[in-house]
Design a protein around this ligand. Structure first.
Ligand SMILES: *Cc1c(COP(=O)(O)O)cnc(C)c1O
Length: 232
């Protein structure tokens, strides 16, 4: 199938994920694909829905709100993967099914309050900063155990795992170190009794390395939807 089409690129990404799993001695069924539709419009998402996709990663709550409203009849699942301001908690509670970028207590407080008011709960992943760049957000690894304990107080937040972005570098060893750090943090979390099984790590440029390091969910944008014109 041609990579000129969404269907062709999706098939190619799925094949690459499966190949990376086989190379790592893993079952492809253990790695979930989260398509990242940020910056692409409801028309593109609608085409992806036609290909069987139902769950989409987005960076901005305003974009989720616009697309969720345009495609309301589809009842899609919207996943927040970008840095989240506390004042967006109400919109998240209305439009998102999951937040993968939970990285601080005041955000947990605001999300829980907004979700309680709506009478619903969502899945959350805790974003951990495993890369050295100042611009990357996420909780410091040393703060994770206490943070996970603290999240038990929020009944509307179901902790499902951990998320990270690797260092942006061509040095594969350094990328793998980020992923390995998250894997080890999950081990510690599981031993402490937190049901944090999911490891959301790996994007278009590094998902094969992430799968080799144990990723259970890869967030893929440009390899499926094409290059983004606005930088996000
Ligand atoms: C944009 C984004 C992705 C997808 O990036 P691609 O390189 O386009 O696959 C994954 N995770 C996060 C947090 C993102 O912001």
């Amino acid at each position: 199938m041609s990579t000129d089409s969404l269907a062709g690129r999706l098939a190619a990404v799925r094949a690459s994920i499966a190949a990376a799993c086989v190379a790592a001695g893993r079952d492809p069924a253990d790695v979930t694909l989260l398509p990242v539709s940020k910056t692409f419009g409801a028309d593109v998402v609608s085409e992806a829905v036609g290909l069987g996709l139902r769950r989409f990663g987005e960076n901005k709550v305003q974009e989720i709100q616009a697309k969720a409203t345009a495609l309301a009849a589809e009842h899609l699942d919207w996943v927040v993967i970008g840095h989240l301001q506390t004042n967006k908690a109400k919109a998240v509670a209305r439009f998102a099914s999951e937040v993968q970028s939970l990285d601080r207590l005041d955000l947990a407080v605001a999300l829980d309050k907004a979700l309680q008011a709506q009478g619903r709960g969502i899945d959350v992943l805790v974003q951990v900063k495993t890369a050295p760049e100042e611009t990357k957000s996420g909780l410091a690894p040393a703060d994770l155990p206490a943070f996970l304990d603290g999240l038990k107080a929020f009944s509307s937040l179901r902790v499902r795992g951990l998320m990270t972005l690797a260092e942006a570098t061509d040095d594969e060893a350094r990328v793998r170190t980020c992923f390995r750090t998250l894997y080890q943090l999950r081990d510690t979390a599981l031993q402490a009794g937190h049901p944090a099984h999911a490891l959301s790590m790996g994007m278009s440029g590094d998902f094969a390395l992430a799968i080799a390091e144990g990723s259970t969910e890869v967030r893929i944008g440009s390899a499926i939807f094409g290059a983004r014109t606005s930088k996000l």
